[in-house]
Design a protein around this ligand. Sequence first.
Ligand SMILES: NC(=O)c1ccc[n+]([C@@H]2O[C@H](COP(=O)([O-])OP(=O)(O)OC[C@H]3O[C@@H](n4cnc5c(N)ncnc54)[C@H](OP(=O)(O)O)[C@@H]3O)[C@@H](O)[C@H]2O)c1
Length: 202
Amino acid sequence: MARIRPYSEGFALKTQYFTASTLDGFIATEDDSLDWLFPLGDVNETSYPSFIAEVGALAMGSSTYEWMLRHADAVSSSVGSPWPYTQPTWVFSSRSLRLLEGANIRIVQGDVRPVHADMCVAAGSKNVWIVGGGDLAGQFYDAGLLNEIIVQVGSVTLGRGKQIFPRRVTNPPLRLVSTRQVGSGFAELRYEVPMEATAVRT
Ligand SMILES: NC(=O)c1ccc[n+]([C@@H]2O[C@H](COP(=O)([O-])OP(=O)(O)OC[C@H]3O[C@@H](n4cnc5c(N)ncnc54)[C@H](OP(=O)(O)O)[C@@H]3O)[C@@H](O)[C@H]2O)c1
């Protein structure tokens, strides 16, 4: 399926999956712990501050959202609010989830394409961020809507956990466009998704 790059005025510029992963390709433990991540470095030394400044809309799956709910106190003491994002956020779930007071959130389900269209309008001239998890990013990829994957590869392994991107992407491969060392804890890799890419679910 052809990639869609909605460059027209008033429409999101790029759809990006920005995440942190272990060296062996996991974004969380099987029980959704991120305790391995935070000791690895200061997020402000990565490209996150410049990245988030250009984000106009977010999407995440329910496990990612429920992690935010469980850690609202810690998030609040770190950034001053239990919900750290000012941008509108779409949470994918087939269940009724508790909405965090003050957060600009809507719960959606099913096909990512109509949701993406709404997100692009909301994002205006900014980008759309697929926060995770990996399969949700894969659903946007499957629909031809994902333009970039940006990964902070942490200097740890977990052996098993939640996969970064459970798809087989081989021909054409992703296009590596930049690498950057962030201390001894992260290698930041930025990939473009070729316009002609197709994937197989793993
Ligand atoms: N390392 C990082 O930087 C990073 C970044 C993001 C996330 N994370 C963590 O990684 C883990 C990701 O968890 P995960 O792999 O389970 O992924 P997830 O995308 O957060 O959650 C998956 C769930 O979302 C719902 N969902 C997904 N697509 C849907 C659709 N099209 N329609 C309706 N519902 C849909 C389903 O649950 P229901 O229908 O049952 O609700 C599905 O089981 C979390 O612990 C998160 O905190 C880490």
